[in-house]
Design a protein around this ligand. Structure first.
Ligand code: ZN
Length: 504
């Protein structure tokens, strides 16, 4: 067996362990009985621990060193370099720190739940302080130059820095706020149809239908319900999604399903050659995933949910199919009113309820707070005050309590500091893919006008999905669009769309 084969075998085993871990996670979030949590937590920790042991073993490190100079082509070299870098990063993380971060997660989650129940951020503060201490140590172990937040941001989005994030967000802010002001000044009330009752079964039928329409392969996937929707894969041939049904707000399941189906297309579309390799395994994050970064993954879900799924031509072509299940709720609502309604803009204090236009403002607020918490310029106990100030400044809203303010997100209690910016990267990238697809393949735009997303999806498959983690996000974007992360196509898309919908 060559050194390269030995690398492949070990990474394949790591991938098997992590796919199994994903399966146990899916089960925990979809159908596990309530009392199963503690035992499942131990099982997940054991699987992650064994995967980490394999990844940091001397055998793997020496096999990579032996194989690299013998690489036979660019793909092989890139694959081996990816493994080498991941192994080096993992080895820099002290065992004690990794265990402490994992061990603190349950404590922080409990504290967050208790704080939400009491509607009092102060209850969460001691746990948050410990999270920040651990994340700061994690950042130091990963290494950073200008700002400790750099290390955490790059952990989720390789190549990103705090400075790049801030420049991107400030440009978005400049573009978004005037547009939002103009829309709010119009005073358009929320359309009533969105709150009309639609039964769960009707929503489920529609969700499956529209997931298929956008290309989700149900022979290699399935749709279930869960409190927090997600997509998860156990190799390209078993990629599952969930959605959430609210009988008093059917857009939740409809657009939530399109969103997760967009994630699933990425996972289902990866080249079979990359299955069980470093190009479908996040070795540092100990996560089996084909998407090259959180932001790139989110760009696929946002593209399907928003750029495609909230567009007028899509519904011109498919509205009748929705009426088949949602006809009572949509009685008297023509397709133009429907499209306006699903794109209704209304600033809300809650991120997960935010519309497309205000979503990134929620991210800006969190990024500023996270970065300041991490470098010590903001103390944990002062978060609610900062939260209220920034909500007023960005969304023009008053925060009335901690539960709907600084306690609304699960991220900090889950130890996910630095992940928020990836939602905005996803939005920004989604517009870049769309613009490039239209520009570079003449079949894409006319097909979209007819409600046919086939050529668009073929372009995405060719330029994004099939590569898995073969290229880092900047490289992937550069190859397919000719530029790096650039907010201008996204701002242009939003300006054009809302100017038209709101007759600005
Ligand atoms: Zn997503």
């Amino acid at each position: 067996m060559t050194a390269y084969d030995r690398v492949r075998r070990t990474v394949g085993e790591i991938n098997d362990l992590l796919c199994t871990l994903n399966l146990a996670t899916w089960d925990a979030r979809v159908q596990m009985p309530a009392r199963g949590g503690a035992a499942r937590g131990r099982q997940l920790a054991t699987l992650a621990g064994v995967a980490r042991e394999r990844a940091t073993s001397n055998e793997l490190a020496s096999a990579v060193d032996e194989a690299l100079p013998l690489a036979e082509n660019e793909d092989e070299r890139a694959e081996l370099q990816r493994v080498r870098d991941a192994v080096a990063t993992l080895r820099r993380l002290p065992d004690g720190l990794v265990d402490a971060i994992a061990g603190h997660r349950a404590t922080a989650q409990d504290a967050w739940e208790a704080a939400k129940a009491a509607n009092d951020f102060a209850v969460f503060v001691p746990a948050l302080r410990e999270t920040l201490r651990l994340q700061r140590a994690f950042a130091d172990a990963l290494g950073w130059e200008e700002h400790p937040y750099d290390a955490l941001v790059a952990h989720y989005e390789p190549g990103m820095t705090t400075a790049r994030v801030r420049a991107l967000l400030s440009r978005l802010r400049e573009g978004l706020l005037p547009l939002l002001d103009a829309i709010v000044a119009k005073g358009v009330p929320e359309p009533e149809f969105r709150r009309k009752e639609v039964g769960v079964e009707a929503q489920r039928v529609a969700a499956l239908h529209f997931a298929r329409i956008v290309g989700y392969d149900l022979d290699r996937g399935r749709l279930d319900a869960s409190a927090h929707p997600f997509e998860i894969s156990f190799t390209r041939d078993d990629v599952r999604i969930t959605t959430r049904y609210r009988t008093d707000y059917f857009p939740m399941s409809l657009f939530g399903t399109l969103h997760e189906a967009g994630h699933a297309l990425y996972e289902q579309g990866v080249d079979p050659r990359w299955v069980r390799t470093a190009f479908t395994t996040d070795i540092v994050g100990l996560y089996a995933v084909a998407g090259t970064s959180y932001g790139a993954h989110e760009s696929q879900s946002r593209l399907i949910e928003n750029q495609l799924g909230r567009s007028a031509p899509f519904w011109d072509a498919h509205y009748a199919e929705l009426l088949a299940t949602h006809g009572d709720a949509l009685d008297g609502v023509d397709v133009n009113a429907f499209v306006r309604g699903i794109n209704h803009v209304a600033p809300s204090p809650t991120r997960v309820e935010a519309d497309e236009l205000t979503y990134d403002l929620h991210i800006m607020l969190r990024v500023e707070i996270e970065a300041a918490l991490l470098d010590g310029t903001l103390a944990a106990e002062d978060v609610p005050k900062a939260w209220a100030e920034k909500t007023e400044e960005l969304l023009g809203l008053e925060v009335t309590d901690d539960r709907s303010g600084a306690l609304q997100d699960i991220h900090w209690s889950a130890g996910l500091v630095g992940a928020f910016p990836t939602y905005t990267f996803g939005n920004v990238m989604s517009a870049q893919w769309m613009a490039a697809a239209r520009e570079r393949d003449p079949a894409v735009a006319p097909a979209l006008e007819r409600g046919d997303s086939g050529p668009l999806r073929a372009w995405l498959h060719e330029n994004v999905h099939r590569h898995g983690r073969r290229y880092l996000p900047d490289e992937l974007l550069g190859r397919a669009t000719g530029s790096g992360l650039d907010p201008e196509p996204y701002l242009a898309y939003l300006r054009e769309k809302y100017t038209r919908l709101y007759a600005l």
